[in-house]
Design a protein around this ligand. Structure first.
Ligand code: ZN
Ligand code: ZN
Length: 393
């Protein structure tokens, strides 16, 4: 009973569920409203037209806005819609209802379910016929009364809620919006470095480590990042099972053995952003709030380095969100992409007592067991750190 009195938001993917020919666009809001009322939903309702709205005729958007439909410009197709749904959840605590109207089959399995949110689809399968029938069956009762224009938001720029249809079209043709679009376009072809703290975000026992790289690749693809990317699994690697490291290395994940996680990782981040050409993107899988402070992210952005987070970092939940990313999202991978052994092991870097780099998993293990890794001086005087750089080829 609770759910019927709760707030409901309908996410209408206007690109995959366009208004059918011969249907008045004003019917959409009215039909959805009536449908939900018939199901007993009586709480506040928002209908949000999501998608690349710059591709939708102005006249149609104006009409939708005048019937109370919120306009949400989102780039990046399905991932943009998913992000919009996540952002809505952050602003609207449970209990709440969400309904998706989209024929994009990749969206539903990737919706992050949270307790208290009742998520449903309008139709299990898309068909123009069903959608048209839904809009036309009782259209005789529709009086076509216009409301005041609904609010709008541009997820490309900032997700702030703004009023007035005219302001929406002005925003889409503004310099600020164009600059943001250019910035994102430039960033997406730049190289990306994925920094992964493998001690804080380990591979769960029921996940094949060879899936990590393809999943991250898919994530970057979804965001439109098409440049080259490197993944470095960093941490105290002697605490990570050998078979996990071997599997990761075989798929092209670089290994970086360090002794003190947070300090060294932070240094790595600063070094990398300082040494690489801009623009560049850093995808961080490091669940420390203090590292990913808005100030750090803002400073890096000013320097031309875009920092993105795989999931929101609030320490108590980061491990479960990482598990969810690996276990739930792997279901959406194409079979041939699930494991991506490259036939050649990736590079490794040991900086526990020194800076030694090499290639191949076996040489890494031999190095850890060798006197090169733990020289006698270090065993006798553990505080002594040898600072010599070797290269093993
Ligand atoms: Zn914008
Ligand atoms: Zn070493």
């Amino acid at each position: 009973m609770m759910k019927t009195r709760a707030r409901t938001s309908v996410f209408w993917d206007i690109k995959t569920y366009p208004v059918p020919r011969g249907c008045d666009a004003g019917l959409v809001g009215w039909c959805i409203n009536r449908y939900l009322k018939r199901l007993g939903y009586c709480g506040p309702l928002s209908i949000i037209a999501v998608g690349l709205l710059t591709d939708v005729p102005d006249g149609l958007l104006r009409k939708l806005s005048s019937t109370g439909i919120v306009l949400n410009h989102v780039p990046l197709g399905s991932i943009g819609i998913l992000r919009s749904m996540d952002a809505w959840k952050q602003d609207h605590p449970a209990p709440a209802n969400m309904m998706l109207i989209s024929s994009d089959e990749s969206i539903l399995p990737r919706i992050r379910h949270s307790s208290g949110y009742n998520i449903r689809r309008l139709f299990p399968n898309y068909s123009t016929k069903t959608w048209k029938r839904f809009l036309l069956q009782d259209s005789g009762e529709w009086t076509g009364t216009a409301k005041s224009p609904a609010y709008w938001l541009c997820s490309l720029c900032n997700n702030d809620v703004c009023p007035g249809f005219q302001n929406f079209t002005t925003h889409l043709s503004s310099e600020e919006h164009a600059d943001e679009a250019i910035r994102i376009a430039v960033e997406t072809v730049a190289s990306t470095w994925v920094l992964w703290d493998i001690n804080s975000c380990p591979v769960p026992p029921d996940c094949d480590p060879r899936r990590v790289r393809p999943l991250i690749k898919q994530y970057l693809d979804d965001f439109g990042y098409s440049g080259s990317f490197t993944i470095t699994a960093t941490g105290l690697l002697t605490d990570v099972p050998h078979d996990v490291l071997r599997a990761l290395s075989s798929t092209g994940v670089d290994l970086r053995h360090i002794s003190f996680s947070s300090g060294n990782i932070l240094n790595d981040m600063y070094n990398w952003t300082g040494m690489n050409p801009r623009p560049a993107t850093l995808l961080s899988i490091v669940p420390y709030l203090e590292i990913l402070s808005p100030m750090y992210v803002g400073n890096q952005r000013k320097l031309g380095c875009n920092v993105i987070e795989l999931f929101p970092y609030n320490s108590p939940y980061s491990e479960s969100l990482w598990k969810k990313f690996l276990l739930e999202d792997s279901g959406t991978l194409e079979e041939e992409d699930k494991c991506s052994e490259t036939g050649e092991h990736a590079s490794w870097h040991c900086s526990e007592f020194h800076d030694i780099i090499g290639k191949g998993f076996d040489t890494f293990i031999s190095h850890l067991a060798s006197p090169d890794h733990k020289p006698e001086e270090v065993i006798k005087h553990p505080r002594l750190v040898v600072s010599i750089r070797f290269v093993i080829v």
